[in-house]
Design a protein around this ligand. Structure first.
Ligand code: PGA
Ligand code: ZN
Length: 433
């Protein structure tokens, strides 16, 4: 983070309960500084959440089916506000350390990771506003110029769409485009081509939680065939111009030591799951696999990296939960070669940035990510640019909760002008490589 001279104190912290894209309550925090600058942040929420994520505090009881967040809201308005008012908003690390001390629990369960994250992000945004800087510049400094290659999730399954594929996300990546703007357009054209193909085949074009189509298909692999066809129908070359990325969210399929693919009636061992990914990567232009194995199946994660890590990005989501300790284990055990950075998995901005920095120092890539439950908040677009990560995963190029992030990136690209870098295929090149 760049060094700033002007102390700007927090004057007010105010949270309210709002709704996310699934119609569930979430925490919305506004931070107002002594100089009048303000920042607002709305906390996202996952469905296929990792076992080791920070604790998302919900009220329980009958209200909103138990999903209310009035407890977390109250924590912000009372205990956290009392502790942080008068503190310097530009001292993000100190603010976040204070939040951790205040909570005091191992998984941020006392005050709630949703309360902590809302404050952490709102403070950062208020500080950036106070300096008249966009968030990506405030956090990333003068070097923050890399736009991310989008992973556009055009087919949804698993926990994000009923009666569809076992695997959660089938994404396209416009690696051959020359700008973010162009890459996004390519993705949109493929998305619409896919819709047309599904309609022609009499398949469902209803969408899942992240805006991708959720047809009922005879096999998981059928989704890949349809996507390759859609890439061609849109006029692009699969592999060189548009590649495929997967997030099977395999923790959700793992039970009693095996992977249960219910739509295909198959039960696979860890080694067979790895075999499946190798076979798919040999037949389809797949450049990235996230959570191809379950969050506790470290042995087969290592096997996958050993077999294919030199060619394919192996991304840890539930495995790493944006947690420095788990990232360290992943690095030592060579269990992946990429971090999925989700700020709400860990609960403060400083901790998420530390996990990203650690990953990058060890030659890993970092993919900034949304959650399946999102809002109009587009903070992660700025985070992706701030860390020069070069990749973002934020759903289909449809539904406002997803397009809010893509639209924000279009603005950032415009603002950066000639300084903007779109890495394309280089997004997979590591810091060392
Ligand atoms: P989630 O899914 O937000 O439901 O956990 C997104 C992902 O797995 O990347
Ligand atoms: Zn995932």
């Amino acid at each position: 983070m760049i060094q700033l001279m002007k102390p700007v104190t927090i004057q007010q912290l105010r949270a309210i309960e709002v709704l996310d894209s699934r119609g569930n309550p979430t925490v919305d925090v506004t931070c107002i500084l002594a100089d009048g600058a303000s920042g607002q942040a709305i906390v996202p929420s996952g469905a296929s959440t990792g076992e080791y994520e920070a604790h998302e505090r919900r009220d329980g009881g009958a209200r909103y089916g138990g999903k209310g967040v009035l407890g977390a809201v109250q924590a912000v308005n009372e205990e956290i506000a009392t502790a942080l008012i008068g503190k310097d908003a530009t001292e993000q690390a100190q603010i976040d350390t204070r939040l951790l001390e205040l909570d005091g629990s191992e998984r941020k369960s006392r005050l709630g990771a949703n309360a902590l994250l809302g404050v952490s992000l709102a403070v950062a945004k208020a500080a950036a506003a106070s300096y008249g800087m966009p968030l990506y510049r405030y956090l990333g400094g003068i070097q923050a110029c890399t736009l991310p290659v989008p992973m556009l999730n055009i087919m949804n399954g698993g926990k994000h769409a009923a009666d569809s594929t076992d695997f959660q996300e089938f994404m396209v990546m416009p690696i051959g485009a020359s700008s973010f703007r162009e890459g996004l357009r390519w993705g949109v054209e493929v998305y619409h081509a896919l819709k047309k193909i599904l309609t022609q085949r009499g398949l469902r074009t209803t969408v899942g939680d992240e805006g991708g189509f959720a047809p009922s298909l005879p096999s998981n692999e059928a989704a890949l065939d349809l996507i390759v066809e859609a890439i061609g129908a849109a006029g692009y070359e699969a592999g060189t111009q548009i590649a495929i990325a997967l997030d099977p969210a395999a923790s959700e399929l793992y039970q009693d030591g095996a992977y249960h693919l219910t739509t295909e009636g198959q039960v696979l061992t860890g080694a067979e799951m790895v075999e499946t990914w190798l076979a798919w990567c040999s037949r389809y232009p797949i450049v990235s696999i996230e959570d191809g194995l379950a969050e506790n199946d470290w042995e087969h994660w290592q096997m996958l990296v050993e077999e294919i890590g030199a060619k394919v990005q192996v991304v840890g989501d539930d495995l790493l939960v944006t947690n420095v300790d788990r990232v360290l284990r992943g690095i030592r055990e060579k269990a992946c070669n990429s971090l999925l950075m989700k700020v709400n998995q860990i609960g403060t901005l400083s901790e998420a940035l530390a996990a990203a920095a650690l990953s990058q120092r060890h030659g890993w890539t970092v993919v900034t990510s949304h959650r399946s439950g999102e809002t109009e908040d587009h903070t992660i677009a700025d985070l992706a640019v701030a860390i020069n990560g070069g990749q973002i995963k934020t759903g289909a190029p449809a539904r406002s909760d997803r397009t809010a992030k893509y639209n924000r990136l279009l603005h950032i690209e415009e603002e950066l002008g000639d300084a903007a870098i779109y890495p394309g295929n280089d997004a997979f090149r590591t810091q060392r490589g």
